[in-house]
Design a protein around this ligand. Structure first.
Ligand code: SAM
Length: 341
């Protein structure tokens, strides 16, 4: 089967999928950290950026989150937003896009205190009115299914690689046909002469079409992704010949991402060039593509006018800030794409 189908089942199978199961916390007790699991400060910094944006729009506005997982970021954001921008409270709704019923149950519990301001939707088709405000996801796109390709230097073309069975082990196999909706990777033509045989790369039509749908749903406002990934030039690094598809278990990269489906997280770097094009094709303008460090530093530089707010941060919150900004933690590997209409 195509890798995208394998990922869909391993991550989102209604019973056995890694993200469907309730016993998969993110953070110290889980398999990986995200900026959300570092602490509540990430939510506060996003709330400050969103408040500046929402202030520029009149009338009812929405913050739409996808990939809300256990609802923790939504809670951190709502607490901070009410404190920082009380005037927005009466005209701001928080919407969560959550296709998994079990995840939604957990989010409803976490967000019980905001029951009258939070609404849930399974996907874009359920949202009848256009969004005016902010649509965003933290580490959403890297969790979407990818197709895998390997360069055939002799033929000068791409081979689709999927998942097969060898005895009772899952293993990589060439596919006679790429999976539904999969198209060959687009790449700079001059690379055709130099790409080494077997060079592996992934594509994610699922992430691109999600972003395109989000862009179309946005009538006025900002669409934002925070994730690890590459823009077109560094996507084709000669140093990385085996692709970026990975498994994580117990805070370690798994030696075999195809083993134990449902028991480990599966992920691949986001192709930000393709995501940016998907938004622009839906009429959005790209405002910023930068590191998380640069993005949060801009928020901090505006915040420095509010010295009392920064002085009120506790020692653990100051450490959270260092982790979010530090190039060897979340600062550099994580990128932020902001598009707007
Ligand atoms: C790596 S986790 C990130 C969770 C959280 N945003 C954080 O930063 O801690 C990815 C999340 O995206 C969710 N997800 C994947 N595809 C989605 C989709 N199409 N719509 C909404 N959520 C999705 C998964 O179920 C999972 O909860």
């Amino acid at each position: 089967m195509p890798l995208a189908r394998f990922m869909e089942l391993a991550l989102y199978h209604p019973e056995h999928g890694y993200y469907t199961r309730a016993d998969r916390p993110i953070g110290r007790a889980g398999d990986f950290y995200t900026s959300v699991s570092v602490g509540r400060l990430f939510g506060e910094l996003l709330a400050r950026r969103f408040a500046t944006w929402l202030d520029r729009l009149a009338g009812p506005v929405q913050i739409v989150e996808a990939g809300a997982h256990d609802g923790r970021l939504a809670a951190d954001l709502l607490v901070a937003l009410d404190r920082i921008a009380p005037a927005l409270r009466s005209r701001t709704e928080y919407w969560i896009l959550e296709p998994l019923a079990r995840r939604r149950e957990g989010q409803v519990q976490t967000l019980a205190a905001w029951a009258n301001r939070v609404r849930w939707f399974a996907d874009w088709r359920d949202i009848a009115i256009p969004v005016q405000g902010v649509i965003f996801g933290n580490e959403l796109l890297d969790a979407m299914p990818v197709h895998r390709w390997s360069w055939d230097a002799a033929r000068g073309g791409w081979r689709a690689i999927g998942v097969g069975l060898d005895g009772d082990r899952f293993t990589w196999v060439p596919l006679a046909r790429p999976g539904d909706g999969a198209t060959h990777p687009e790449f700079p033509a001059e690379l055709a002469d130099v790409l080494p045989d077997g060079y592996v790369i992934e594509t994610s039509p699922a992430a691109e079409s999600w972003w395109h749908a989000a862009a179309k749903a946005l009538q006025r406002g900002w669409l934002l992704a925070i994730d690890y990934g590459h823009d077109t030039p560094d996507r084709w690094s000669p140093a990385r010949t085996g692709g970026t598809f990975r498994g994580y278990r117990g805070h370690r990269e798994s030696p075999d991402p195809l083993a134990h489906p449902g028991e480990q997280d599966l992920t691949a770097h986001v192709d930000f060039g393709a995501i940016r094009r998907a938004g622009e094709q839906a009429g959005l303008q790209t405002e910023v593509f930068c590191s998380q460090e640069q993005f949060l530093t801009t928020v901090l530089s505006e915040l420095s006018r509010d010295a009392a707010a920064m002085a009120a941060w506790s020692a653990p919150e100051r450490r959270q800030l260092m982790t979010l900004l530090h190039p060897q933690h979340f600062g550099r590997a994580f990128r932020v794409l902001v598009q707007q209409r």
